[in-house]
Design a protein around this ligand. Structure first.
Ligand code: PEP
Length: 250
């Protein structure tokens, strides 16, 4: 039985004041979240504040990006040890915004995944097709390529304790959500692809859906057999909506 995990991706949003209010709201409602694991991936400048505010709670937190380098002359970058220094448990790798806006290709994403995992962080590997790729029928080929890039570098066993987030790019921040069936089909494909290499890994790994998941559509998406949680952008910035999603996960 895979424990569902709901993670917020705040992207580049918030202020010290708004983040405090958001976390106060989430903490106040956590008593109604029965079995889901809950986490927030936050802008790095706020990680210290978030760490302080989440002390003694069951809410995990993480970064949204990480360098492949450990230290040195890499202006603007943040290393795995810096994330760990502040208590981060997770880090997003390969978010479509990093891929499309900052030129992170499969090789960079695979390298980030590998350094994060080796350092003891849990990488949340984001994969997914663009609208054009869906329309030309290459969704499975695209997610397979993105997965293989990581497995080729780090091996199939590296996937087991990590998290995969299937995020169709056309559904991110657009208000368009994959139908539960569309999402389930790709999740099942990802799991079967992993099972070709290791059934144990396929059975164990948690695969989140991401792409305009919200308080209204979460329950149906999360009821699909291969959807083990959600990576939530916009709706994670509103405590009530985020909590509704967490409760829908169990
Ligand atoms: C995301 O950024 O990972 C995401 C899923 O965003 P949204 O929920 O806003 O579509």
């Amino acid at each position: 039985m895979r424990q569902p995990i709901i993670a917020g991706n705040w992207k580049m949003n918030g202020s010290r004041e708004s983040i405090k209010a958001l976390l106060d709201g989430i903490k106040a409602g956590m008593g109604d979240v029965k079995s889901a694991e809950v986490a927030v991936c936050v802008p790095s400048i706020y990680i210290a504040d978030v760490a302080e505010q989440l002390k003694g709670t069951d809410i995990g937190f993480g970064g949204q990006n990480v360098s492949t380098e450990e230290k040195g002359a890499f202006t603007g970058e943040i290393s795995t040890s810096m994330l760990l220094d502040f208590g981060c448990k997770y880090v997003l790798v390969g978010h479509s915004e990093r891929r499309s806006l900052y030129g992170e290709d499969d090789a960079v994403v695979a390298a980030k995944f590998a350094v994060a995992r080796k350092a003891g962080l849990i990488p949340v590997l984001c994969i997914g097709e663009t609208l054009e790729e869906r329309e030309n029928g290459t969704t499975e080929a695209v997610v397979a390529r993105q997965l293989d890039a990581v497995i080729d570098v780090d091996g199939i066993d590296a996937i087991a304790d990590c998290i995969i987030a299937y995020e169709p790019v056309w559904a991110i921040g657009t208000g368009k959500t994959a139908t539960p069936q569309q999402a389930q089909d790709v999740h099942a494909f990802i799991r079967s692809k992993l099972a070709d290499k290791s059934k144990d890994v396929a059975d164990k790994v948690r695969i989140q859906y991401g792409g305009s998941m919200n308080a209204g559509n979460a329950a149906e998406l999360l009821s699909q057999p291969d959807i083990d949680g959600g990576l939530i952008g916009g709706a994670s910035l509103v405590a009530e909506d985020f909590l509704t999603i967490c409760k829908a996960a169990g």
